[in-house]
Design a protein around this ligand. Structure first.
Ligand SMILES: Cc1cc2nc3c(=O)[nH]c(=O)nc-3n(C[C@H](O)[C@H](O)[C@H](O)COP(=O)(O)O)c2cc1C
Length: 362
């Protein structure tokens, strides 16, 4: 039996298979609201058999959005709009998680297909950004250094978002601490130059993340899993490395994190050796070093490659990003390619086409 189509149980949640949709911004919200686009986009991928669907980064406060068109979960109208998407995805047999995010110094930028690049000016709908230190991400506006009081507000913002996520019916929350967004900015010595209790040693730089995890864990039901996305390397000798990130992950496990979603980069410009499965070795090292389940992501595009990632013990699940944009039915296609059929093997859950599509089996 394949590894990909084995269920995975985290706390009280059983995820029907190990093929998960990676979080991907759609830059298509007004006032942070998920709309018809999100229902169709995520709903189609649930119908395609992804065991767990992660939403795009959903901002926990308006100023935490990457672009003015980002989705959010900072108010009850957004919660209610997500509830419609959640119910539709769950009715298709998938589980769904929301990625809770704050972009920090990388907030208030133009969406990728805008004519302009870089930071959005205040008179064009942008806002002033904040981060651990006043250094900007190259090419973006200077952030304001956060005061201790402003830092102290962050865990509550994530916790309030987690409570709304529960009310919307989400099965999972993922705290976004990767790709150079606020929590990663605090973790990294390249963006965190503080000299107070939130800067300096790795323990100090992880303090805000641990406080966020504690606050979310307290607001989020005990039987629902909590994931954290981390950049396992910054691809720079002077940046965070995989041993640092494994050490942070060990601490996170002690604070109730159930799985680390291992990505890389995003905090500073770097030469990244992008290629098939290029982040999988980092996932393996975090898994071995921290002793908790991990997911692997990054140019995992074929069924055989995804299966191999699990068979070799590098990860407990794979996340599929861009290949899942190209093909919403990627899991159904993978099942056919690997020769598994619904009902194969003890306890395995191979997805079946939605009944409306039953005449078009793979
Ligand atoms: C359009 C797009 C939007 C993305 N938005 C997010 C996001 O909101 N949060 C996040 O953690 N990663 C985001 N990513 C990164 C993906 O989750 C994934 O890690 C990356 O694309 C590598 O996986 P892939 O090679 O399978 O696409 C985004 C990627 C793409 C292509």
């Amino acid at each position: 039996m394949t590894h990909l189509f084995q269920p995975l149980t985290l706390r009280g949640l059983t995820i029907p298979n190990r093929i998960w949709l990676a979080p991907m911004c759609q830059y298509s919200s007004v006032d942070g609201l998920p709309g018809d686009w999100h229902l169709v986009h995520l709903g189609a991928r649930a119908g395609g058999g992804f065991g767990l669907i992660l939403t795009e980064a959903a901002a926990v406060v308006p100023e935490g959005r990457i672009s003015p068109q980002d989705a959010g979960i900072w108010d009850d109208a957004q919660r209610d709009a997500w509830a419609r998407v959640v119910a539709f995805v769950q009715e298709r047999g998938s589980r769904i998680g929301v990625q809770l995010a704050h972009a920090g110094r990388k907030a208030s930028t133009y969406r990728p297909w805008a004519q302009q690049r870089g930071s959005v000016a205040p008179d064009d709908g942008g806002w002033a950004t904040q981060g651990p230190s006043p250094e900007p991400y190259p090419g973006f506006a200077d952030p304001q250094e956060m005061s201790p009081k402003e830092i102290a507000a962050v865990p509550r913002q994530f916790a309030d978002a987690a409570r709304r996520a529960d009310e919307a019916g989400f099965d999972v929350v993922e705290v976004h601490a990767a790709h150079g967004y606020l929590l990663h900015q605090f973790l990294s010595p390249l963006s965190n130059l503080r000299e107070d209790g939130y800067g300096g040693t790795l323990e100090n730089r992880s303090r805000l993340l641990v406080e966020v995890v504690d606050a979310v864990r307290a607001a989020w039901p005990e039987d629902k899993p909590l994931l954290v996305r981390l950049s396992a390397t910054e691809w720079r000798d002077d940046g965070l490395g995989v041993d640092d990130v494994a050490a942070v992950s060990r601490v996170l496990a002690e604070h109730g994190v159930d799985l680390v979603d291992v990505s890389s980069g995003g905090n500073v410009p770097a030469q990244i050796p992008v290629g098939p499965g290029y982040q999988v070795p980092a996932a393996r090292r975090v898994r071995e070093g921290a002793g908790l389940p991990v997911s692997a992501v990054g140019l995992i595009t074929t069924a055989a490659q995804a299966e191999q990632t699990l068979v070799t013990g590098a990860a407990d699940a794979v996340m599929i990003g861009r290949e899942g944009l190209r093909d919403p039915m990627w899991p159904l296609r993978a099942a056919a390619e690997l020769g598994v059929v619904p009902g194969d093997g003890a306890g395995a859950r191979v997805p079946v086409p939605q009944p409306q599509y039953a005449r078009a089996p793979f």
